[in-house]
Design a protein around this ligand. Structure first.
Ligand SMILES: Nc1ncnc2c1ncn2[C@@H]1O[C@H](COP(=O)(O)OP(=O)(O)OP(=O)(O)O)[C@@H](O)[C@H]1O
Ligand SMILES: [Mg+2]
Length: 277
């Protein structure tokens, strides 16, 4: 199990832990300008606001779907298979035509930006499938993550290795030789190499054991504590909502329930319909 000092502090809102300005010891992976008043006026850091759209000229998959994340918080999207969770992530990242609605990052309308332009603005996305280069080494994967950067990447790589020590041991091995949980660490590490302010993860714990899932969630909490916002889709709904500041239940492309992770876990209807009782 994890040796993280924050192991028992899931969902802890104590600002002395969660706010990197309040004396936290964790290094920052991001380049965020914490505390600086932005143009947001109390708006969330990221919002996909009433998004409606689908693939190509096909039928709409998302209907008035709203997803938002505050700075340094963890937002989790859950819902049945085919509900549109991945589609919502793609819409936020600019991989889908949003017919109506908007995506705003730090108060700026980015609805029409390409995914690459969004990366330049501080967004990073780990998709549900094909999220690493299997024939490349672990270290080459991390280097690929930093392809847009022109500055020195060694410090960020060191931080990724501190977060996921196993990747340092395996850095010269082809990523395809790693276990499922280790591959997901490569994928998350690669995304962190862009020094994002917002990290988007589509089912980061897919196919891993419960112990590895716990471990990954601990690392994700650690990343959030450095001030990076996390938007995550999860199949392990109960465990994910436990660490979520905010949770979204999507059904057929619509917001069915939205609340704090804890309130959703306590909601009898959410429990019965989506969490197995
Ligand atoms: N590339 C695509 N082109 C056309 N339709 C798609 C595409 N990807 C997904 N869809 C459709 O969009 C709907 C929502 O799929 P999506 O992958 O967003 O669901 P999901 O909630 O992520 O499901 P899962 O839990 O299985 O990952 C489904 O009806 C699916 O068939
Ligand atoms: Mg999906």
């Amino acid at each position: 199990m994890s040796k993280s000092p924050y192991q028992d502090a899931r969902g802890n809102k104590d600002a002395s832990i969660t706010n990197p300005k309040a004396g936290g010891t964790l290094k920052s992976y991001g380049s965020q300008s914490q505390g600086k008043p932005g143009p947001r006026d109390g708006q969330p850091y990221l919002i996909g606001d009433k998004m409606t759209g689908g693939y190509g000229t096909g039928a709409d998959i998302l209907h008035d779907c709203t997803i938002s994340v505050n700075e340094g918080e963890i937002a989790v999207i859950v819902g049945p298979n085919g509900a549109g969770k991945s589609t919502a992530m793609k819409a936020v990242f600019g991989m889908l035509n949003v017919r109506t609605g908007a995506v705003r990052l730090d108060g700026e309308d980015i609805t029409n930006l390409t995914p690459q332009a969004r990366v330049a603005k501080g967004m990073a996305f780990v998709p549900q499938t094909s999220n690493i280069f299997t024939s490349m080494t672990v270290e080459e994967n991390l280097e690929m993550g930093a392809f847009l950067r022109r500055d020195d990447i060694t410090k960020t790589m060191e931080q990724v290795y501190e977060l996921f020590p196993i990747l340092r041991d395996k850095r010269l091995q082809p990523a395809g030789e790693l276990s499922g949980g280790q591959r997901q660490q490569v994928a998350v590490g690669r995304a962190l190499m862009t020094k994002p302010r917002l990290l988007m993860l589509d089912e980061p714990t897919a196919g891993v054991s419960p112990i590895v899932m716990d471990e990954l969630f601990d690392r994700i909490i650690e990343v959030a504590r450095t001030g990076i916002s996390i938007l995550m889709v999860e199949q392990n709904a109960r465990q994910a909502l436990e660490i979520a500041d905010k949770g979204y239940v999507l059904v057929q492309g619509r917001n069915a329930f939205t609340d704090t992770g804890k309130a959703l876990l306590d909601d009898p209807e959410v429990r019965r319909s989506f969490l197995g009782g």
